[in-house]
Design a protein around this ligand. Structure first.
Ligand SMILES: [Zn+2]
Length: 414
């Protein structure tokens, strides 16, 4: 509560004056009163507006800020600079850094704090060694600069350059953590996710909506090495829904429409981004006993007997920032069925269950699933369609507020 109060003060002071009206505070008071929330829920018509105000603004991404041409050449795929050397050699895939050593130099005008945060992430999550070198060094290195736009070379090209450097620009608007880790990802060898050879199984390019001059940005690269890591709509390397759109319409649709909101995130590299980086640089070879990739989750788990499943903390309100998955696995020959006796989580915003949802994957672990929120599942009964009879539930609550009371479902094997 205390933290919420601090946030609220900051949020209000940052808002334009025209939004400083009492209706917003009324909603807030209602949220703060947990018992009132349980009784009344949020019914206000201005909820959508309220969330748009309080949600962090989406930072501009490279497709909105980057020039088409840099002094060094044309940008491919929006933010990949190809060197003359590369073109001469016909390089078609990102070259790795020798001996997992990534050298870099930060020029005075570049944003050191943002760059170091991005480097720290990849240092902490891979076996690549990052070493800052001086400008007089003869080591091949990335030169972090702040020129116009956010862009990088693909992989290590510096070792072929007479200057022994390759530029990586983080210009104005490019210092968000997701963007920095994205551009460093390119310089380590990452393509864009939707360039993968298997992308057509996961997304559809809406060619008619792509600006004519930018169609080459959506080409597939058949030589991408995916190292057994599945395609990831949530990759920090994935384009967003309307990149390079000529008319505002989507240029990329996810094959599973409920997952459209996943693409284009620039918060941080995903689990699979990290997994791919570790495979690219063969990090597992260095470990005599590889550490687990993640700690055991604090909620969710496998359900192999009939009973109930409920939101975390039930009957208390669920916590903010919860992310719980349940894998409901019946005995052979039977099907999992869930019947929701109570279902109340945050209502839709902009027509989607963007902030809080229960995702139900009736087709089992390989099914993208459907997302539900508000009271959409009250009294509903859902039965697995998977060959194994299993289903998966995933509950996510919003990081800042709780806006519903939660859910309870009975689990049966039929
Ligand atoms: Zn990129």
């Amino acid at each position: 509560m205390w933290l919420f109060g601090i946030f609220l003060l900051c949020g209000v002071s940052a808002m334009p004056n025209r939004y400083r009206d009492d209706s917003i505070f009324n909603v807030t008071k209602l949220q703060l009163d947990r018992s009132a929330l349980r009784e009344e829920e949020i019914k206000r018509a201005n909820l959508q507006e309220y969330f748009e105000l309080f949600d962090e603004p989406e930072p501009l991404d490279f497709h909105e800020t980057n020039p088409v041409l840099t002094p060094y050449g044309r940008l491919e795929e929006g933010d990949l600079l190809r060197s003359a050397e590369e073109d001469r050699k016909g390089v078609t895939s990102g070259e790795l850094w020798t001996d997992r050593r990534y050298n870099y130099e930060i020029t005075n005008d570049a944003s050191r704090a943002a760059i170091e945060a991005g480097i720290k992430f990849w240092r902490d999550h891979s076996c690549v060694q990052f070493q800052e070198v001086s400008s007089g060094s003869s080591e091949p290195r990335v030169l972090f600069v702040a020129e116009s736009g956010c862009w990088s070379m693909l992989g290590c090209t510096a070792k072929h350059a007479s200057s022994r450097t390759q530029k990586l620009s983080l210009g104005s608007g490019c210092t968000g953590f997701g963007t920095v880790t994205h551009e460093i990802g390119h310089s380590l060898g990452f393509y864009h996710e939707q360039s993968r050879s298997d992308r057509d199984e996961h997304v559809t390019i809406m060619w008619d909506n792509v600006k004519e001059a930018y169609k080459h940005n959506f080409k597939k690269v058949d030589t991408t090495q995916n190292h057994g890591v599945p395609y990831d709509l949530g990759s920090v390397m994935h384009y967003g829904s309307t990149y390079f759109s000529s008319n505002g319409g989507p240029t990329i649709l996810t094959r599973n429409p409920t997952l459209q909101g996943l693409i284009g995130q620039r918060n941080k590299p995903s689990f699979r981004d990290v997994a791919l980086m570790n495979r690219l640089y063969r990090c597992e070879e260095l470990c005599s006993s590889p550490p687990p990739y993640y700690p055991a989750p604090s909620c969710g788990g496998e359900i192999s007997s009939e009973g109930t499943v409920s939101s975390p903390g039930w009957p208390a309100l669920y916590p903010t920032g919860a992310d719980c998955s349940w894998w409901v696995r019946p005995p052979t020959g039977r099907r999992a069925r869930v019947t929701f006796t109570t279902f109340s989580i945050m209502q839709q915003v902009n027509g989607s269950c963007k902030y809080e949802y229960l995702s139900v994957r009736l087709g089992g672990v390989l099914d993208g699933g459907e997302m539900y929120c508000s009271k959409q599942l009250t009294g509903k009964q859902l039965t697995s369609t998977s060959p194994d009879g299993d289903l998966v539930l995933r509950f996510k609550s919003y990081k800042k507020y709780f806006m519903g009371s939660g859910f309870v479902a009975t689990v049966q094997f039929v």
